[in-house]
Design a protein around this ligand. Structure first.
Ligand code: GAR
Length: 199
């Protein structure tokens, strides 16, 4: 199976996925890294690993739907079977979701359904939670909402800052995202309503 990683920023999750692929832990082909941000460090990581990259900038499209239609075209050209969102900071529309129903994975840095949105780590930290974590889930029309594939928890210690918490969250992300991709690419995840059952 061919897959694409979408990333807007640093790309540490992309790096963890590349590492897992190199070690033979994921039986799929990372055919494309797509970004909405030409400055994304994720693109450098992809190039270094000799993975094809493409930048699709939002400013060239008049609506989110037009943007997603362009992406669908690219994904079809590249024969992409599934999509991995790794810090892709755009809301995606039904144009993309309908073309890749139950084939888009996302990682969110909190224990969903708590702390949805773009500042989840800081939001959870400021709220004063004692436990937070990471969620890998399928993407549906609602933000941070689809069936949950894997979660990992992180304890918030008294001496944690938002920064140290972020580092702990990333560490868990880099473990569970490659594992979720492995499970998906091996056909081991079955969706039944809200439940993503792992065989
Ligand atoms: C990750 O922590 C990911 O969970 C988060 O962006 C970061 C990207 O880091 N995603 C979201 O907040 C999505 N709502 P990375 O670029 O180093 O992989």
């Amino acid at each position: 199976m061919n897959f694409a990683v979408f990333a807007s920023g640093n790309g540490t999750n992309l790096q963890a996925i590349i590492k897992a692929l190199k070690k033979g832990k994921i039986n799929a082909n990372l055919a494309l890294v797509l970004s909405d941000n030409k400055e994304a460090y994720a693109l450098k990581r992809a190039k270094r690993a000799k993975i094809k990259t493409v930048v699709v900038e939002a400013k060239n499209f008049s609506s989110r739907e037009d943007y997603d239609a362009e992406i669908v075209k690219i994904l079809e050209q590249e024969k992409i079977d599934f999509i991995v969102l790794a810090g892709f900071m755009r809301i995606i529309t039904s144009v993309l979701i309908n073309n890749f129903r139950n084939k888009i994975l996302n990682i969110h840095p909190a224990l969903l359904p708590s702390f949805k949105g773009t500042h989840a780590i800081v939001d959870a930290f400021n709220y004063g939670v004692k436990v937070t974590g990471v969620t890998v889930h399928f993407v549906d029309e609602k933000m941070d909402h689809g069936p949950i594939i894997l979660q990992g928890s992180v304890k918030v210690e008294e001496d944690d800052t938002a920064e140290t918490l972020e580092a702990k969250i990333h560490k868990i992300e880099h473990k569970i995202y490659p594992e979720a991709i492995r499970l998906f690419s091996e056909g081991k995840i079955k969706i039944e309503g809200r439940k993503a059952r792992i065989a």
